[in-house]
Design a protein around this ligand. Structure first.
Ligand code: DGL
Length: 281
């Protein structure tokens, strides 16, 4: 038995953690941010797979029966390989009579709801370059809702801005405006936008200011948390393996003091993290 693990390249997964905590406040949580190697968004498939594999394995070894990869880039580029190639091998290591360890991502909870987001059938996706180039959103939305056209926009500078805490002001304004302009030019009938990176809710106030007033903007935290609650209902064994004391432990691959300062700004409450070295499977 152990806490639910939540993994992200950096601070973005905290936007998912907050929503999970809201819906399932009794769960114990481990949060792991690979802040030493953020951003993942501009890295190759192999690199994102290797980094994510280490992060997930470290959380499983720390005792998490279930891990949520709260990062779109990692979910798009690494999740399937981890689920299909790595987990079956690792299960033997964790053969302790408990349920099979599982790893979930953030794409599916988002794409399976996309039909409710748009009325015009023209939907936008703002995401990292890695997520956009993986084509995963386009494939999944086409599968669930063939009537929807998805317009994608890579925003390679947004995660570095957010990790630096630059959420407003002329620099943030100029960078966000340029990417939104490109997306809007491609998709004149678009009426809704998915923030397809868990970091982006931090820029939501600015994005809202810069997009037309009637544009609907969807953040993933609530979608992922709701999907997780339903998943636990369908998997009572796994649910029973999650400890319930309402605690959160934060781990970072960078300097914990820096993480604490940034994370406290994110969530508005006091955070105390520990440094962790990731394990190689
Ligand atoms: N939060 C990650 C995501 O959802 C950011 C990826 C990055 O590190 O660039 O894609």
């Amino acid at each position: 038995m152990g806490p639910l693990g939540i993994f992200d390249s950096g601070l973005g997964g905290l936007t998912v953690l907050q929503q999970i905590q809201k819906i399932l406040p009794e769960l114990d949580l481990y949060y792991l941010g690979d802040n030493a190697r953020v951003p993942y968004g501009n890295r190759s498939f192999e690199t994102v797979y290797q980094f994510t594999r280490e992060g997930v394995y470290t959380l499983l070894k720390a005792g998490a029966p279930l891990v949520v990869v709260a990062c779109n880039t990692a979910s798009a580029k690494a999740l399937r390989s981890i689920q299909q190639l790595d987990l079956p091998l690792w299960q033997k290591e964790f053969n302790d009579g408990g349920p099979e360890r599982r790893v979930l991502g953030v794409l599916r909870p988002t794409t399976e709801r996309a039909g409710t987001f748009t009325q015009s059938g023209h939907l936008g996706l703002l995401a990292t370059r890695g997520t956009v180039e993986s084509g995963s959103y386009t494939t999944e939305i086409e599968h669930f809702f063939p009537e929807i056209t998805l317009y994608t926009q890579a925003c390679p500078l947004w995660v570095p801005l957010i990790e630096e805490g630059i959420l407003q002001g002329p620099v943030a304004h100029a960078i966000v405006q340029a990417d939104l302009n490109e997306l809007c030019a491609k998709a004149p009938a678009m009426d809704a936008v998915i923030l397809g990176c868990t970091h982006y809710p931090l820029l939501a106030p600015l994005i809202r200011d810069l997009l037309p007033k009637n544009m609907r903007i969807f953040e993933q935290g609530p979608l992922v948390a709701q999907a997780l609650a339903l998943y636990l209902q369908r998997h009572p064994d796994l649910s029973a393996a999650l400890t319930r004391g309402g605690t959160i432990q934060y781990f970072t691959t960078e300097d914990p003091h820096r993480f604490d300062q940034q994370a406290s700004r994110f969530g508005g409450h006091h955070v105390q993290s520990q440094h962790i070295e990731l394990l190689e499977p």
